[in-house]
Design a protein around this ligand. Sequence first.
Ligand code: SF4
Length: 208
Amino acid sequence: MDLIEVKSTTKLKKEVHLPDIAFQAFVLAGAGIKVRKCFLAHINNEFVRHGAIDPQKFFTLEEVTAQVSVLSREFEEQLDAMQRIIGATAHPEIQIGPHCDDPYTCPLHERCWSFLPESNVFTLYRDGKNSFALLKQGIQHLEEIPADFALTDNQAIQRTASREFLRVTYGQVTAAECRRVRQHLEEYCGLDTMGMVQIAGALTKLTA
Ligand code: SF4
C-alpha cells in the first residue's frame, strides 16, 4: 500500500510532517503491512476553483519515501526511551522555553507559564530571545531588568514606565521591594502595567 498523509498546509514542513509520516510507516510495518511509497498531500495554493472541486488539482502529492524510511529506522532505536516516558509517573523537570511554541503551542502552555507575574519580561514589545535570557538570570518583572541590559527603545520605555510608577508612588525602592509592591498591586488591586502607568502619571501631576 501507499501511505498518504493529508495536511491542510500549502507546503511540506520537514521537521513536523516527516516524523509524523515516519511514525505511521513504522507502526504499519510493525503490524506487517508493507508500505511501498509515502506521500504528503498538501493544498495546491495555485488551485482556482471552477465549478466542483477537483481533488486531483486541489491537492499536491509530494513523495517523501526516502526521508521517511531513514526516520522510520531511527524510531527503532528510540523505542526504549519512548516507553520509559510513557510509563513515567511524574513529568520531567523541563523549564519553559522556545520549545513551548515551536512548532506548535503546547496544550500545557497556560499551566506551565502561570508562575509568571502579569507584567513579566515576556510582555516586552517585539521581543526575541531577550525574555528567555532574562528569565534564565532569575528576572521575571519588567522593573527588575538591569539598566545595562540592551533593550530596544520601546522596550526601554516599558522598563522605565514600570520603574517610574514605583518610584513616584513609593520613593526610591530596591528591586526586591519593587517586586513585592508590584505583586500586591497585581494581586489585590488587579492592575496591569497600563493601569499602573496611568496612576503614576496622575500622581506625578499631583506632586509636581
Ligand atoms: S508548556 Fe509544554 S513544552 Fe513548555 S514546559 Fe510545559 S509541557 Fe513542556
